[in-house]
Design a protein around this ligand. Structure first.
Ligand SMILES: NC(=O)c1ccc[n+]([C@@H]2O[C@H](COP(=O)([O-])OP(=O)(O)OC[C@H]3O[C@@H](n4cnc5c(N)ncnc54)[C@H](O)[C@@H]3O)[C@@H](O)[C@H]2O)c1
Length: 317
């Protein structure tokens, strides 16, 4: 289905995932407007498309600018958020105001502007520690971090308003997306540390934690599908790679891709509060909508490494 006659708002579009979504939407022919306060994102992520988008620097905590941003848009991809569990622990107020109040502003502005649909990036954090794996969408929702709590509150707020006022809502419960332009989280953190010292690598936790990685272009494809699938009722859908890898194995893959054989890996640095040991998503529902992850972990990590080295210089060579 084409996007060429629609104006689309991407909140958080200067961030890692948002900037790739902007690329995907522009490639599909959409007219794209971006609202971002550059809290975690950067204009560098959009420098290659700056002339093609409508750029609005502003904060989702400000209802007036959100109303301006939503005007005339058919679909809103709402990604603007505190996207970090540790930051939600150190600053729960910013986390709440952005993730909950900000989402409320987006919702009200969307209703006022007559938008057709909101696609919201929720998170695997809404589930809390898994009672069974892989985690499907019917799994109990018991978040253990402020971030998981605000994402769940936002999901519920959107769904309740969708049922009351009729706007369509799709919540994407994103697991671990990775790729170029990601400046934090496990894979990128490991590269930062290895660039500093390729001989020693300190890793959080004991390495047994498991993650479910999905390459960023695959996640973008899934988000774009969620803008189109029939959703007379609000829907919540996992976006993940559908497999799981231990941090220990991830470290080994990254070292192999970098040709680093003599690196001493030291496990046991304390992990952060709110961290979940096992993230593994059941992707049957998004597969049923037509999604299939395409980029393998080795291929995706290779692309992340090439981007990182082009920006920061070679690692260990
Ligand atoms: N990357 C992942 O693996 C992952 C996993 C689960 C959920 N998500 C969700 O996907 C979305 C994008 O995540 P990301 O990894 O690209 O993070 P990111 O930090 O790169 O992107 C978030 C963007 O939101 C912007 N932002 C923050 N506060 C804002 C505010 N008050 N007003 C306007 N803009 C604001 C930031 O500047 C940034 O550009 C987030 O909603 C995040 O919670 C991501």
């Amino acid at each position: 289905m084409g996007w060429s006659n629609e104006r689309i708002l991407v909140t958080g579009g200067a961030g890692f995932l948002g900037s790739h979504l902007v690329d995907g939407l522009l490639a599909a022919g959409a007219k794209v407007r971006v609202l971002d306060n550059l809290h975690g994102g950067t204009l560098e992520n959009l420098s290659h498309v700056h002339a093609e988008i409508e750029w609005l620097e502003g904060d989702v905590r400000d209802a007036v600018i959100v109303r301006r941003a939503a005007a005339g848009c058919a679909v809103i991809f709402h990604l603007a958020a505190n996207a970090s569990v540790p930051d939600s622990v150190s600053d729960p107020v910013y986390d709440f105001e952005t993730n909950v109040t900000g989402t409320f502003h987006v919702l009200r502005a969307a209703l006022e502007a007559g938008c057709r649909r909101i696609v919201f990036t929720s998170s695997a954090a809404v589930y809390g520690p898994p009672l069974r794996t892989p985690v499907d969408e019917a799994h109990p929702l018991e978040p253990i971090s402020p971030y998981g709590g605000t994402k769940l509150a936002a999901e519920r707020l959107l769904a309740a308003h969708a049922r009351t006022f009729g706007i369509e809502v799709a919540s994407a419960r994103v697991f671990n997306t990775y790729g170029p332009r990601q400046r934090r989280y496990v894979a990128s953190d490991l590269l930062v540390k290895l660039r500093r010292d390729p001989k020693h690598l300190e890793v959080l936790g004991d390495g047994s934690q498991r993650r479910d990685y999905c390459y960023v272009s695959d996640t973008v494809e899934a988000l774009m599908l969620l803008a189109r699938v029939p959703a007379p009722e609000p829907i919540a859908v996992n976006i993940a790679g559908g497999g799981t890898i231990s941090i220990r194995d991830l470290v080994a893959r990254i070292l192999a891709l970098l040709d680093l054989s003599g690196t001493e890996v030291i496990y046991g640095l304390p992990s952060w509060k709110g961290d979940i040991d096992v993230l593994w998503g059941d992707i049957a529902r998004i597969r049923g909508i037509g999604f299939e992850p395409r980029v393998t972990l080795d291929d995706g990590l290779g692309r992340l490494i090439r981007w990182f080295e082009a920006l920061h210089g070679p690692i260990g060579r």
